[in-house]
Design a protein around this ligand. Sequence first.
Ligand SMILES: *[C@@H]1O[C@H](CO)[C@@H](O)[C@H](O)[C@H]1NC(C)=O
Ligand SMILES: *[C@@H]1O[C@H](CO)[C@@H](O)[C@H](O)[C@H]1NC(C)=O
Ligand SMILES: *[C@@H]1O[C@H](CO)[C@@H](O)[C@H](O)[C@H]1NC(C)=O
Ligand SMILES: *[C@@H]1O[C@H](CO)[C@@H](O)[C@H](O)[C@H]1NC(C)=O
Ligand SMILES: *[C@@H]1O[C@H](CO)[C@@H](O)[C@H](O)[C@H]1NC(C)=O
Length: 638
Amino acid sequence: MRSALRRCSALLLAAMTGVHAESLAQTLDMYRAMTKPDKGKESFPVSNNNLADVMGVLRYVHQEVIVEHVAGDPGRPSRKYNINAFGKYRMKVRNPDSILKDPSKLAMPGFGRYGAFDYGVGTSLDMLQGVVANGDYVGVSKEDSPQINFTHPWYWFSVDGDCPNLPWQCVKPFPGCEAEAPPTKPQPCDPDGCAGKQDKDARNCSASPHFIDPSDTETARKCCLHYSSHPDQVIMGGLCNSSVKEPTGEIGCVYTYEELGDKDFLNIDELNGITSMPCGAKGNRKCTDWKDWRLNCYDPKKQFKKRYHCEDCHSAGQWSVSVQDTSFCVEYDLHPYCQETQDLCKDPRCMALKPEDKELGLPFWKGKCEVRDNQRRAEAVAGYFLKDAVKDSHWLVDKATMDASPACSSKDSSVPNQCTPNPDGGPYCTRLFGGVCSTCYIPGTDPPYPDPKSQPMCPFTVLKEKGNTPPTETKCADDDPLKLCCLYGIGSCNVTGSDGSDSELTAAGFLNVARMMDNKEMVKFAGRIVSGRGGAIKNQGGFDSAVYSTWHYQPPTNPQEAWTNFETLINQSSDVDWHPSPDGPSGKPGSNAWIWILLALVVLAGLGFAAYKYRANSQQQARQQLLPSDSSQVQMRN
Ligand SMILES: *[C@@H]1O[C@H](CO)[C@@H](O)[C@H](O)[C@H]1NC(C)=O
Ligand SMILES: *[C@@H]1O[C@H](CO)[C@@H](O)[C@H](O)[C@H]1NC(C)=O
Ligand SMILES: *[C@@H]1O[C@H](CO)[C@@H](O)[C@H](O)[C@H]1NC(C)=O
Ligand SMILES: *[C@@H]1O[C@H](CO)[C@@H](O)[C@H](O)[C@H]1NC(C)=O
Ligand SMILES: *[C@@H]1O[C@H](CO)[C@@H](O)[C@H](O)[C@H]1NC(C)=O
């Protein structure tokens, strides 16, 4: 009775002060590039690991795993690091209040600062100190670099685990270490080796039983770190016990994830097309995997048997680049101008290369420096895991996870808020980019956003996301759709029409349809342009997917150019017949054709009736009954 009363008054208080009772746990999908475990059943839980959003995990593989001329031993028996799959983890994250409420510790709303893990070792001193001081936490890093080319950032995550300062197993030459050497020595273990996480001496450290200072590198390679708030407790890691449904933010429980099965892994050899390519001396069987294709590919034209070679490739070097023939098929290679220069995709020498000179290997991986190709790959991965939730929308994030997470702009005044917009168009936060609250701005407001170069443009739907309300003074500088602001639903746009069926056939109309983020509408719009110019669509599927590539969930950076590209795409489309002949197989029948079809039908019907009459009464002259005079007569005779 009393506790019920107390709960009731707590609720009342919450309602009165506007502090909502909503959980602080965020739901989001994280991905890993990894070796698929047998039947999709993991034997080790994900902790002391790094994960990423879809774009982030692709960028990792594209930059650090598959580039042939820097991938190491050409005789390797598998893709580098044995990576053969992407795994998807549906995570719930609830970090400790000590991070959530301290702007100096918060990387993005709800997340601490990211740290890299190598062979189970957290190699970032900042992260280890953070875990000691604040307890276990999930970190994030907002990534945006010329390693790839995209319209918004991507994200990497770190999840700390048991004894995060020591490797999975001891590393030689640590005294007494018998374990097999890891492929590379994690940074603190070089050159003297490390104890392993499970070593008894490390867990019960005689040298420093309450070890809490990771900058003491000598002790840090012998002893597990402890929490400063619980000095007798070895850091246990943020993964909650399996019975826990919702992470609490206490030590030992800041994230959970749904157990993985087969469906949570995407085979990279299926994704990139290897398993549908021909293998064997005659090419009459399908390749089974990366190794089979590499060694036994059927490639009579030697399309895939080459890689780049770079001599003297360093800042002061001569950069003599050549293409070398190989005896095996190469999954992917990127020109050294784009791979080894400081500015990567943005290096002027890389940008000057023709597409066919920039990359080698499978078509799936081509276009590392192209927005559209990165989008295509990311959609292939997201589409595999998220199915209908992202179909035909360009989305890479499941709306269900966005809805299950709290609003980005918290009303709790004790939480530092990076997502409270000013009337100048920002900063807003969206979860659409990678599932986390990521800042963006609305272009074309009055006054304009002061620092647009520092942020991506918000997705069209940003104001529909939970809690995103513009300040009442917010207004657009202009109602011209080409200035983009009105497309967000602020004020109204000067444009005729409301969707693909009636929007004016201009750049303004194009943007008016683009903001609907519905390809069916854009196809209608494009179809009106085609028929207005006397054309006919002859391959609807091809046309639809070409149209799909013309829009995105963010507005185009250069609207006029986007419209010109759209028109050019239609004008040059091989899916359109610009001179449809009236009775051709592809054109719709013209009005003359209808008369011919009608006549033919009448004649056929007549012939059919005649045949019937002839059989029914052989004495009657078939010729007299050329046209049935009364159809009811036919029925009655039946
Ligand atoms: C750890 O060491 C302490 C003494 O430093 C000892 O009392 C304790 O029993 C040891 N614990 C284990 C699990 O070995
Ligand atoms: C998890 O379970 C173990 C034993 O089953 C227990 O010792 C530990 O305290 C639990 N951790 C948390 C955070 O509940
Ligand atoms: C990035 O892609 C855009 C659009 O495809 C293109 O205009 C730009 O030149 C690309 N940037 C780089 C550095 O390749
Ligand atoms: C609306 O757009 C039309 C055509 O682009 C233009 O002629 C007209 O002046 C605009 N109206 C306003 C109020 O800006
Ligand atoms: C497309 O074709 C139409 C009609 O032939 C022409 O008016 C228009 O300028 C063309 N647009 C582009 C971008 O090529």
